[in-house]
Design a protein. Structure first.
Length: 289
């Protein structure tokens, strides 16, 4: 039996994961903004479900909530940073308040959640962190610039943290789902005000995807959650977990193009080094050399 801490269990991946884990006999400490959204789970699973109200934009409440969860559950094996949403629209279209809220929720909130959990995981000798990102953490789609800013940002943060905390027995996995029937498009996505000039921009395509409810998502939400749960048994923890055929194909295309562009600049990049450095130590040296 494991104990899990999951943010955003009212809907989507968080809700499905909580249901599956509780049904399997595990314990869950879950957060959500409206506690009543989990009344049915609480009635069914009782003390195996600990609940707290948490809005990730209230960053000063994150650490006390994490501390309270650890105190109540004694040990938490897996932290799932799941809560988040998408802000859609061209960079010029979205409002300043929308920009701030997107970054506060998806990026700063996720960062502070992980920072709050790490002292507990070190003290107990290990654990696992699952950071829910998306294919949007590796791919750039016009009309999603602020969403990508948060997902690319949290992926850089988590990839670094993974290297910092592996010595403590803490594993980190960045989950990159493609489109699934989570309610992201039909409920939680926020669209900025539309500027008519952008009707000719490729950024408008993302608006059409949200507007047209008949467009189906290829990913199976339940299968994706099963894969996330199963990844916790892998040792070492997979750094990334791409889920969905669209995630795999879009990320492959993006990384292949990026690598080709980088390779074409090799001669230029090397030509800008200082001369006569000899065997002097480099400012950064990875474990691989």
């Amino acid at each position: 039996m494991r104990t899990w801490f999951i943010t955003g269990i009212s809907t989507g991946f968080g809700r499905v994961m909580a249901e599956k884990l509780l049904a399997a006999g595990d314990r869950v400490a879950g957060t959500l903004r409206d506690l009543s959204a989990a009344d049915d789970l609480k009635a069914q699973f009782g003390d195996r479900l600990w609940l707290a109200s948490l809005d990730l934009t209230h960053t000063d409440a994150i650490r006390p909530t994490v501390d309270a969860a650890w105190a109540a559950m004694d040990r938490i094996d897996v932290v799932v940073s799941n809560a988040g949403y998408g802000l859609l629209g061209a960079a010029e279209e979205v409002t300043d308040a929308q920009v701030r809220h997107q970054i506060d929720t998806n990026l700063l909130g996720s960062i502070q959640l992980v920072r709050a959990a790490l002292p507990h995981m070190r003290a107990q000798g290990g654990g696992r962190i699952l950071q829910i990102s998306s294919l949007g953490g590796q791919v750039a789609i016009p009309g999603s610039s602020l969403y990508h800013a948060t997902k690319w940002g949290i992926e850089g943060f988590m990839e670094t943290v993974a290297q910092e905390v592996a010595v403590f027995g803490i594993g980190c996995t960045i989950v990159e789902p493609g489109s699934a029937s989570t309610g992201f498009r039909n409920r939680s996505a926020i669209v900025g005000p539309r500027i008519p000039a952008y009707d000719i921009s490729p950024s408008r395509r993302i608006n059409h995807i949200v507007d047209d409810k008949s467009i189906l998502s290829p990913g199976d939400q339940g299968k994706m959650v099963d894969a996330m749960i199963a990844s916790v048994d892998q040792d070492p923890a997979p750094l990334r977990l791409a889920l969905g055929s669209d995630s795999y194909s879009h990320i492959t295309k993006a990384l292949t193009a990026r690598l080709a562009q980088l390779d074409a600049q090799r001669e230029l990049a090397c030509s800008t080094d200082c001369a006569d450095q000899g065997n002097s130590p480099r400012w950064f040296q990875s474990d691989e050399g």
